[in-house]
Design a binder for this molecule. Sequence first.
Ligand code: PAF
Length: 277
Amino acid sequence: MKVVETIAEMRRLRLELTEPVGFVPTMGYLHDGHLALVKRARAENPSVVVSLFVNPTQFGPQEDFASYPRATRRDLTMLEKGKTDIVFMPSVAEVYPPQFDSWVEVGKISQRLEGAARPAHFRGVTTVVAKLFNIVQPAKAYFGQKDAQQVVVIRKMVTDLNMNLEVVTCPTVREPDGLAMSSRNTYLNPEERRAAVVLYESLKLAQRQWSQGEKDAAKLRQTMTALIQKQPLATIDYVSIADNETLEELDKVKPPALVSLAVKIGKTRLIDNVILE
Ligand code: PAF
């Protein structure tokens, strides 16, 4: 496994890889969810590149960029075990030199849900992912369903800008009690960690009611909201049942519908989702 810090070196080593290349972009602090992406990339491509880059432009001014958890040495050991060929871990200055001033912005769907709560977030995500795609030139790129809107936005960017690669979405990996794996789970104290299971419980409740015939999205949102409100450590940011492509809120559930939510547990904002299909 080679660890590369500059774009020039990444491009040089990229030439030596056997095609096609599978790519897993990450912000590090890896967990089993990331490793599932690497495993899938490994199974589907002779070469695998993983990036570790905590991207400052996708964090708002009041968000956790500075404190975002980092564990590079541990990440590298995990990636070595996962048979990664190249780890690309550039500095912020390498990706965003002082004169940097170009942005990739996907329209309406970037402004809903997470985009409404975090205004410049997706502009940062799409800009860095476009740059990483240009640098790594993968045939396939792997993303987790956990960040459902991110996948929808990146797919839209790839389609609209004719990027020559396939976006592969992999299922959310969960802890035994159902909590979706996330680097941010590390912020939770033991009591909050127990409370955090309410996100998945509310999603399962919606799924169950829908499969029993409830098609009224407002009712499903209501039952989810009521369940979450019973948890004293939880504060709801949004509970949404939306079309999985346009991300417009639905009145009547028409599959595939994205049921997603953002909830603060204590000070930690968590997101999760399921698709009704
Ligand atoms: O999902 C993430 O970890 C990030 O948003 C990504 C795709 C690596 C871009 O910084």
